[in-house]
Ligand binder design. Structure first.
Ligand SMILES: Cc1cc2nc3c(=O)[nH]c(=O)nc-3n(C[C@H](O)[C@H](O)[C@H](O)COP(=O)(O)OP(=O)(O)OC[C@H]3O[C@@H](n4cnc5c(N)ncnc54)[C@H](O)[C@@H]3O)c2cc1C
Length: 414
């Protein structure tokens, strides 16, 4: 059985960065590190940012940590150990530069996700990482001689330490099928409930679905019974709602049955009321439906008036107080019944995973099994859109790799 110092399971961004981090520290000519990947390196990374790889964000780390729905303290150490700037520098060293786009998102200049993977592969090669592709790790056990890694249809591998970076459960055709949860559970690690994240939301109302293609700009959306409010655009599609605000909101989904949209978040109810009252004279000849189109998209306003049962064909000057209040209340809190979030197949991330409080946040080592480390999306925290999830994969991968190189005194390596 082949023996290694460190085995990394999973060749996504977290696993590749973990192996690179180990390789840089061990600086060995021998193939002492193995990276075992079920499909090919970075299959999911290739799809990120619409194929352009939004790998990080320029926001200060304090703000980045707030983009995670749980455990921002858990990620603190890894994000400071390997920052967005450290990440960009790794690529810059190989000639791949990044540019900052809207909302602080970093993308490669003149390039795409493929170039990001090429750089990571170059490092793996230089650092003598033994990369094994198309090999699926079935289960791992810890014996006196080290971790025994059982690979489907192949010889087992032994390693003194293991970094588990098998990702979540979304886009399973990329290799992330949730297998890592089974491996972690076998070591008695608890997996917090997993659910799809950064994912569109299905709606019931066929009339609303017919507005497919319309974007509601600069609105604020929340689940009606949840305090988290997200500002941004909502895209209506033939199955439901998508767009940045909805994708981010989906991370907070908890079997909610409806969402609430503030269609004019930059005005309070009072301000809106004052504005409409003052317009009753100056814009009184306008039809109510045309007047409201000054605030939101045309076809949506027709739908909106139908839902709240206000006659939009009346003149604004004839708007009754009762209808005015109804319009204002609904502009500020328009409720849409939802049919849940879409499945793991279409979700960008998995929320939930290996419980953070069973992992040492300073090292990424298991608190239950010494020598076992975790990195990336397999872990519990889930981030919003903007490059935070890839940063988490790279930062936790880097820290896990660095920590795993420590204390090699009781190794059983030839
Ligand atoms: C369409 C899409 C777009 C996205 N865009 C962005 C973006 O722009 N910015 C951003 O920050 N995030 C984005 N994400 C999320 C981001 O891709 C993930 O958070 C990130 O890839 C997680 O990295 P990881 O290494 O932890 O897991 P993964 O990338 O999922 O890699 C895990 C690897 O482990 C392998 N594996 C699994 N089980 C086994 C096993 N038993 N044996 C061996 N190997 C195994 C898998 O084959 C896989 O290659 C996007 C995701 C999707 C799906």
């Amino acid at each position: 059985m082949k023996k290694y110092k460190i085995a990394v399971v999973g060749g996504g961004p977290a696993g590749m960065m973990a192996a690179i981090s180990v390789g840089k520290i061990l600086n060995s000519n021998l193939k002492e590190i193995v990276l075992i990947e079920k499909t090919n390196l970075g299959e999911k990374l290739l799809l990120t940012g619409g194929g352009r790889a939004n790998i990080a964000n320029s926001k200060p780390i304090k703000e980045q940590l707030l983009k995670f729905n749980t455990n921002e303290n858990f990620l603190k150490h890894s994000f400071y150990s390997f920052t967005n700037e450290d990440l960009l520098a790794i690529f810059k060293n190989k000639g791949l530069k990044f540019k900052e786009e809207a909302n602080g998102k970093y993308f490669p200049i003149n390039g795409n996700a493929n170039l990001v993977i090429e750089v990571l592969k170059e490092y793996l090669d230089e650092l003598n990482v033994d990369v094994k592709l198309n090999m699926c790790v079935e289960i791992i056990t810890k014996e006196d001689s080290g971790f025994h890694i059982k690979i489907r249809g192949k010889d087992n591998i032994i390693s003194s330490k293991v970094i588990l970076a098998t990702g979540g459960k979304t886009y399973p055709k990329t290799g992330s099928t949730g297998h890592g949860y089974k491996i972690a559970k076998n070591f008695k690690h608890e997996i917090s409930p997993i659910k799809p994240g950064i994912v569109p939301i299905a709606i019931k109302d066929k009339e609303l679905q017919k507005l497919s293609g319309i974007t509601l700009e600069d609105v604020e959306v929340s689940f009606r019974d949840n305090k988290n409010k997200i500002k941004g655009n909502i895209l209506i599609s033939h199955f439901g709602l998508s767009g940045p605000a909805i994708l981010d909101l989906s991370n907070f989904y908890n079997n909610n049955t409806n969402i609430s949209i503030d269609l004019i978040p930059n005005m309070t109810e009072n301000e809106l009321n004052k504005k409409i009252v003052s317009d009753l004279d100056s814009k009184g000849k306008m039809l109510i439906k045309n007047y409201l189109k000054l605030y939101q998209k045309n076809r949506f306003i027709d739908y909106f008036l139908k839902v709240i049962a206000v006659d939009g064909d009346k003149k604004l000057s004839n708007l009754s107080k009762k209808d005015r209040i109804k319009i204002i209340n609904n502009l500020k809190e328009f409720i849409i019944d939802i049919d849940g979030v879409l499945s793991f197949d279409t979700a960008m991330i998995t929320c939930g995973g290996v419980k953070a409080d069973e992992v040492n946040s300073k090292t990424m080592e298991s608190k239950l099994i010494p020598g076992l480390f975790f990195a990336g999306e397999l872990l519990e925290p889930a981030g919003l859109t903007g490059g935070y999830n890839l940063q988490m994969a790279f930062s936790t991968g880097f820290l896990a790799g660095k920590s795993a190189t420590k204390h090699f005194n009781n190794l059983n390596i030839k």
